[in-house]
Write a protein that binds this ligand. Sequence first.
Ligand code: NAP
Length: 307
Amino acid sequence: MTTEMITAAASGTWQLGDRTVNRLGYGAMRTMAKGNGDPSDRDTVIAVLRRAVELGVNHIDTAAFYFSSLRSANELINTALAPYPDDLVITTKVGPGRGPAGDWLPEARPEQLRGQVEENLRQLGRDHLDVVNLRIGAGLDRGVGTLADRFGALAELREAGLIRHLGVSNVGPDHLREALAVAPVVCVQNKYSLTTAREDDPFIELCAEHGVAFVPFFAIAGGGNVSGRPSAREATDRDRAAAAAAEQVAAEHGVSPAQVRLAWTLHKGPNVLAIPGTGNLGHLEENVAAGALRLTDDDLARLDTIG
Ligand SMILES: NC(=O)c1ccc[n+]([C@@H]2O[C@H](COP(=O)([O-])OP(=O)(O)OC[C@H]3O[C@@H](n4cnc5c(N)ncnc54)[C@H](OP(=O)(O)O)[C@@H]3O)[C@@H](O)[C@H]2O)c1
């Protein structure tokens, strides 16, 4: 597939509340380091962020806790893209937190969430955040408050105008119902891919019934390594079969397995958005072009029968 002139608009659009986004977006977690762990090249990732927007990407996922000793995803986004285009939706996430040296802190209690929201506002240079996901971890079992308590704290910040829309991350259907009872939810962000366990298949439909976007992370990386081929240690027979099917379908379309993986997630429903992460310009262009890849029923059957 030639990637020239294919923009994120080819993936179609979805409404995150009152904001319209192209379904093919970008995840900023990969702006800090190269695949081998070395610090990213600052000019390169700034160029990647600018190219993403040039290619029509208007949904970028980030977090204040995406930082290394030298790089901060939010700072890079601010430097590359401010003053921000009007149509750009930046989604961030709160709940987990890290100290200045990068150590992970206990999950935020309800009264600590305002500080995390304000940290994102300062770093991104904005007066309000477009979308904030409450990222749930094991902390719910360690006395940091119920989901409703924590989501309620974010709902108050939304009422105060610091946040436009709310989402939840790393959750199941009951969490979504609990959150919806507190305030409107525009998105669910969960780990989901061709090669990870797919308990979320019916959850995608539940999200759609509520008008909620389902936003997979690790859509390319899956449960395996970045090439889309599960590492020998992690691979199950199903992973290996899915990776082989993705390679075969990719070869038939003249595209890469990563593009098939992204296209496959987008085919799971109109409410499914992609946020592939990359620090590589060529990969970015490939990923955006995947929004134009239309898989056939036969392709989908071959990829899906593995799940
Ligand atoms: N809510 C949560 O708990 C949570 C957790 C994790 C991540 N996230 C968000 O989800 C986003 C997506 O996750 P992710 O970035 O970890 O995983 P991903 O998008 O599934 O895969 C990214 C990895 O695949 C490689 N890659 C990207 N495009 C490629 C291509 N066309 N061909 C070959 N390799 C390619 C990248 O390396 P290169 O840089 O070399 O391209 C990177 O190592 C993150 O950026 C982050 O914003 C959310």
